[in-house]
Design a protein around this ligand. Sequence first.
Ligand code: AMP
Length: 484
Amino acid sequence: MTSSFSNLNLAEPIARAVAEMGYESMTPIQAQAIPVVLTGQDVMGAAQTGTGKTAAFALPLLQRMMKHENASTSPARHPVRALVLAPTRELADQVANNIKAYAKHTNLRVTCVFGGIDMKPQTLVLKGGVEVLIATPGRLLDHIEAKNCVLNQVEYVVLDEADRMLDIGFLPDLQRILSYLPKGNRQTLLFSATFSPEIKRLAGSYLQNPVTIEVARPNETASTVEQRFYAAQDDDKRRVIRKVLDDRGIKQAFIFVNSKLGCGRLARSLEREGLRTAALHGDKSQDERLKALEAFKKGEVDLLVCTDVAARGLDIKDVPAVFNFDVPFNAEDYVHRIGRTGRAGASGLAVTLVSPSDNRLVGDIEKLIKKKLEVETLQLDTRPAGPAPEKWGERAEDRPRSRAPEGRRREHDPRDALDAPQERRGGFRPAPVNRDPFFQKPYEAAATDTAPSWEPSGPQTVRSSISANIKPKRKVAALFKSGE
Ligand code: AMP
């Protein structure tokens, strides 16, 4: 196996695009998946966004499609040959932008369709003919039903974030979409954070003798992310955020909340306090969602207050910090949320604000990421907080595992991250995730993992740990690089 793209013998237009992207060597998932995909085999790949997964499937698929490349203006000469399905609009858009960049010197046409925006412009592009179609399931079905696209020549199917795509809420849509594809001779690639026995079983029915590519260990959080848990009553949470931002000199951050209502409310409060803030949640129009993201990327807003709609898949470089204003109800969402920072090898900070009633949820995170978590008390300038209550001294394994109270569960609607129309959505079952620091580095044949960073390095704190360890106060320099 080699880590250099040049050994893949990619067609010149694709190789040129890769070079223009500045990629020097393959990431682990690329080094393992690209040669296999080039041979035409089905793949079950364990990888999250941020690992170079998109290029891992897109480059070999584009290469395989080069035999069909043509400059004809006839739509019939540009049938859909590759279908990439993604669970969220933002992820679909991001994947499409990457694939467009990889295909830009070829005559292969790439487009993306997702819900929440006008169908007409999408229809025009679809009718003109496209070889690579990236879509969210709900909107794709709308286009299929409107006969705007025909999928009878699809040769390649990719299920991105397959754990979500095979989720019970999406499965009926997925099955319907697959029923429109030609039978036989199809190459199917499935990328998922983890492969639970259930996903393997389901996937087995869609794949033929798949090659399993797993370069991850389960449920790791990126070693480049410094994780902090601060005790905070609801009324103090905004002050804690401001203090961390000030102490660390952090300019931009994502702030995750559990409900759409809370998201809007917090964004308005921060705005009133003079912070440049935007809100991103499922009740916003797609146009507003994209605008909020764009404003954040351009540095026009400093704080993006969001629900889990923004937790998955988004690859925004240089997000120095993520705050969990609310501890997520599902520990898996914690891993996704903090994955928005510390990307591409940069250092990142993830701060979770913990109120006493969040005890169990912190325990769930502790179990998932297999790390002992310490809830610290940050000394606020005007009203010093005492050490965290005794309750935080409990060990995770001592706590009963029960579901979040129904009321809270309803308030939190993780499905607002999904694109399936309401009536198509079934029950929501969060998918297990993992994250491997190994992915964060360029691929090296004999690479070894770095130990997860869990060293104290935050602003002045009083530690009140789950294991009741009271450690001395200390001040350590901030960790940030300006990006990569
Ligand atoms: P993805 O996991 O596909 O969302 O990719 C995450 C980020 O890594 C994107 O910004 C890609 O442009 C970038 N990327 C993908 N492959 C490579 C590579 N081989 N070298 C450097 N960056 C890469």
